[in-house]
Write a protein that binds this ligand. Structure first.
Ligand code: GDP
Ligand code: MG
Length: 180
């Protein structure tokens, strides 16, 4: 039997953000290197897993892209309580998706019953940077928001053009390890 490294860990990551910001696309690109222009509504909860090696530690990232999570919030406290990290995604061409980050973050913390846990790791991802001409949210504004809301790591990505995806997920893993 293959030997299981003792330091292997499963990290549960949840991706949240307004619909169409690119949550499913980010997950698909990161794990199976696939992108589709066609929008398909996610039904139920999708998850994908990917093994990564970070500083010699083998870890499994279990990425949850939960559909309709806005609606079923109250029943889902357990789901969120088990998460190790949360990715807050917005679309750089949508002001509304950016403005919603604050309430999303608060909702997650309240569901986890951790309003006081300043340590729960979030990362913020501004997706669709390939659409620079339609950009509404500058990097500076987003970076400042992240600083003011607990020094949250920040990445701008394109699921379409595979920009910064690996870096963002690597940061998540490091972030979780730091909080472990
Ligand atoms: P979700 O609702 O947050 O899961 O969003 P999806 O991943 O389903 O993406 C919604 C739409 O945006 C789809 O048509 C995708 O093809 C498109 N999309 C996702 N990511 C990007 C991106 O980085 N750039 C561009 N141009 N389109 C994207
Ligand atoms: Mg989706």
């Amino acid at each position: 039997l293959p030997k299981t490294p003792l330091n292997k860990r499963i990290i549960k990551i949840i991706i949240v953000g307004d619909s169409t910001v690119g949550k499913t696309s980010l997950m698909n690109q990161y794990v199976i290197k696939r992108f589709s222009e066609v929008y398909r509504v996610t039904i139920g909860a999708d998850y994908m897993a990917k093994n990564i090696n970070i500083d010699g530690k083998l870890m499994t990232l279990q990425i949850w892209d939960k559909a309709g999570w806005e609606c079923y919030f109250s029943e889902e406290a357990a789901f969120y309580s088990e998460a190790d990290c949360c990715i807050l995604v917005y679309d750089i061409t949508s002001c509304k998706s950016f403005e919603n980050l604050k309430s999303l973050k608060e909702k997650i913390l309240s569901l986890r019953n951790d309003k006081t846990d300043v340590n729960f790791p979030f990362i913020v991802v501004g997706n669709k940077v390939d659409r620079e001409d339609e950009r509404k949210i500058s990097s500076e504004i987003a970076r400042q928001w992240c600083r003011e809301n607990g020094n949250i790591p920040f990445y701008e990505t394109s699921a379409k053009e595979y920009i910064n995806i690996d870096n963002a997920f690597m940061m998540i893993a490091r972030n979780v390890l730091m909080h472990a």
